[in-house]
Design a protein around this ligand. Sequence first.
Ligand code: F6P
Length: 367
Amino acid sequence: MSNNRRKKRIGILTGGGDAPGLNAVIRAVVHTAMNDFNVEVLGLRNGFDGLVEPEDMIVLSHSQVRGILSHGGTILGAANRGNPFSRKTIVNGKEVISDMSEQALDNIDRLELDSMIVVGGDGTLTISKALYDKGAPIVGVPKTIDNDMGGTDVTFGFDTAMRTAAEALDKLHTTAESHSRAMILELMGRNAGWIALGAGIASGADSILIPEIPFDLTPVINRFEERAANGSNFNIMSVAEGSRSKGGKQQYKDDAGLYSGRLGGIGQTIADELRIDSGIDSRCTVLGHLQRGGSPTPYDRWLASLYGAGATRLAMAGAYGMMVNLQGREIGSISLSDAVAQTPKIVNPDGDLITAARGLGIVFGDE
Ligand code: F6P
């Protein structure tokens, strides 16, 4: 890496789906880099797109990050379809997939970046590991509302998503009771049911369906009937979008390819089945991207700030190929390689959390 400048320079990008707390990371990187190391920070736009084809970059200093700590989204933009190793381009009017990773590496040199901080989930950090293997001076920061990134206890964004989901379940509770209905809330969670489980426990759901535990609706129906016999003729279900019935498959949004690869629809399928099989009046609400939006909770601001500060220190120490992480209450680090190998971090169906939830009377559909 050429470096005849007086000041060192860190690049930062935010990849994958956004999560509340991204701005807090950016702010913490800028403050730590400038205050503690007198280093410049360059923001690249729209995830890895901004490294392959850098446009409209932004030199980040205190004034650019002023007031963003409590803001959702990311001032740098995000992109969850921008893998430099398989980038879609149009050649002679045809879509072709090309490996642009060399271009990404060249741009790190060209922009005189001494290191790159990449904030992302499993997809983004898997790409980061591959770029690091090719020589890129990358440090990772784990982010995802799904909380399924391995190598860390918690990812930022999760706490905010869980709060949004719990608030929705609380609201569904009152209308479920008024109308004697089953209310199903479909939540994000592709491979892991952390949001559905956390919010379900927090809001007193009667049943929780998660990808880790294939379900059968019979125990759910039995629970509804048991409760009805005891005077509570309503039911609250917290369902991860990646859940599937025993022997069944995960459900995708459509077959027409308009939303290819996007999960969705399991909640409505369950509502239909409850009506058809048992005559239970059911409604499904899909919370969708509301879970990714809004102001981060204080916990997510705290975690994201500590991650940003920690990642900057790793970058300045030359600890490339590492990811900042949370171990208990301490900020530490792990190699990107180990973190990616431990992904997805799923709910242990035989673990204490599920045992405790069952003890609370929650049904998982495998009883
Ligand atoms: O990875 C986070 C996530 O929120 C998943 O739970 C969900 O399936 C996906 O992103 C949705 O992504 P998109 O923004 O592409 O619709």
